[in-house]
Write a protein that binds this ligand. Sequence first.
Ligand code: ADP
Ligand code: MG
Length: 684
Amino acid sequence: MPDLLTDIRYIKGVGEQRAKSLARLGIRTLGDLLNYFPRTYEDRTVERTLDEVLPEETACVRAMVATEPRLTHVRRGMDLVKLRIVDETGGAELTYFNQSYVRDQLKKGETYVFYGKVGGTLLRKTMTNPIYERADRAGVTTGRILPVYRLTHGISNKLLLGAMENALDACGDMLPELLPGEVTARYSLPRAGFAYRNVHFPPDWETIALARRRLIFEELFVLSCAMHLLRSRREKAPGQVIQAPDMEQFYASLPFAPTGAQRRAVDEALADMASGRCMSRLVQGDVGSGKTMVAAALLWSAAKAGYQSAFMAPTEILVRQHYATLTGFLEPLGLRVGLLTGSMTAKQKREVKAAAEGGLLDVVVGTHALITEDVGFFRLGLVVTDEQHRFGVEQRSALTSKGERPHVLVMSATPIPRTLALMIYGDLDVSVLDELPPGRQKVDTVSVTEEYRERLNGFIRAQVAEGRQVFVVCPMVEESEALDPAVKSATEHAETLRKTFPDLRVGCVHGKMKPKEKDAAMDAFVRGETDILVSTTVVEVGVDVPNASLMIVENAERFGLSQLHQLRGRVGRGVHKSWCVLMAHDPSDEAKARLRVLVKTSDGFAVAEEDLKLRGPGDFFGSRQHGLPEMHIAELTGSMDTLKEAQEAAKELIRRDPALSDGELAPLREHIRRLFELNENTWN
Ligand code: ADP
Ligand code: MG
């Protein structure tokens, strides 16, 4: 008996090869498949007679093949099949390009349903490459609302449609009902089985709306419940008491006066650490808001109370930069700071670890992997994580459940709109650095199109001539878009720039490189050995290069606003006047409006709020930037109302039944446990 965990190869027609392709879409089991929702829908329900249908209209026509299909080779690599179709009202000429099999499939005298866009004139109608089905078997790809799925190489929409039907038949009625009956009744939501069936095989648009609303609600509801649970679990966890020292001694040692926001964040964290409970605090602050100093203040406080701390960053380069900064803050105050990176020799690593274990170091700065796996501390009290992009689930559950239960502080530069913060960071306490240090200069931002290319090249040259450096960021190119000349891939664009500026040094970093090569290319830029660095955003751009004064984003229309804001924050970090150029390719009005937001606003939170208004919450959940479990359907939506309702319902449920102990809620409990990879014993 198949169930939701049955391997996807159970589906007819899915073997080793297709299973691999499907895995690229995150589909490994029948359950995964059913949770793979359509990206959009195509209305193929409109049926017209050949007389009625107008050129430029897209519709189905039920017609008979009137002539023997004729195959001609126009030239090498170009075959045409031509035929004529008729119904009682009129006729049309059909052409198929490079689909020679059509000649054998379409039979003269048989009736088919054709779906496609009509061309030609009123007197001579044509259709090019229309989809067709035999009239007596129609209804799979014509005559219905067709779900359109995101595809990958080797997986067609048709295959997914068939597979969906298969999976629904096999285990459609095993789909767990995660929502309590009271909630579905109160918010007029259909049951799970109905929602899944109709989101994949919708009879009409109203039903799609109903099914989607239910699935979106469910996803947000589950997340909201999970946040409440994680939070209450954490609030019960006892933590080591670290008494707050007199901070003035630390502040007096700084080369600058702390901002009010920095002081506030430090005080909030100190109160947590002294409370007897385990701190789990997020410090959220725009790039340049001075998060590192807040961390340093806490590392110092922990050391004063006799505790060690770990400071983790995602990449080696960031680790080294932080090490330099933290040493600058802390060594004058007598702290011993150690560094642990992958490129150190085995002997060096051994020495640092021994020192940490022996309690000879107050702070160890290193990458996540090195510190979480390898180091046994003597007396670990505090873990600080600098997450430029992602705040992983691991940090949320695994680390805090480590034996020693250190206090945890996470720093993030991703501004989250207040309306969403509860949903995304609901399990954490949050301090916001909403004030930039004085004297910070604004990065001038312009949004331009291709006509500006010449001038932009001139500007690059001028900046480099003055000794500055330039970042160029290209979008990640998906397989299916590799051939679209409008989309710039990092490697190709780097080549173009090398040709345009033969005398300049152009570096390139992209996702497919080995970590070592990436680091080397980044390093060369940090040291000023390259003038222009072309990269994709997969690459860590969290590094500080004060000499960089120009950030160019290619295909800016493809980036989220918050992401663009992050990229912009990579320049303007030194004394040099800095610019950000958003190069958009043929932007839609909506894209132009979004880019204008960046041009006129330099505050990350304001940018995020605007983004939310323009695009809905999908992006914030969809990008997985926040280390939340993957959202399957919420990313498709713009509905803030559903979000509010789901939150309200979750809050109400947790208030009534904080441990989700009601028998009806067992599927919900189990689902959350798996989603957050909580193990049984950490579940209260
Ligand atoms: P981010 O929040 O992006 O991590 P950093 O901690 O790297 O920001 O700080 C950015 C720069 O601002 C650093 O050079 C830091 O020394 C400086 N800085 C931090 N706090 C202040 C302050 N209160 N006054 C002046 N400069 C500050
Ligand atoms: Mg930083």
